[in-house]
Design a protein around this ligand. Sequence first.
Ligand code: SF4
Length: 62
Amino acid sequence: MDKKHANHCIECSVKQCAHHCGDENYCALNKIRVATHEPDPTETQCVDCESFELGNKYNQIF
Ligand code: SF4
């Protein structure tokens, strides 16, 4: 896997994402988009990273 530059302003544990840094729990993007799928969000589960993109099969092994 290519070494990605970890953006230490965006901590993330979603290793299945194509933008995850793999060995470090950070996002490699300069910025992300966060939104909600709920009409009135009240919990952490209500919000999503809309910059998520499914990684390749290598990433999905984790
Ligand atoms: S795009 Fe979102 S889900 Fe993907 S690594 Fe970055 S913060 Fe995590």
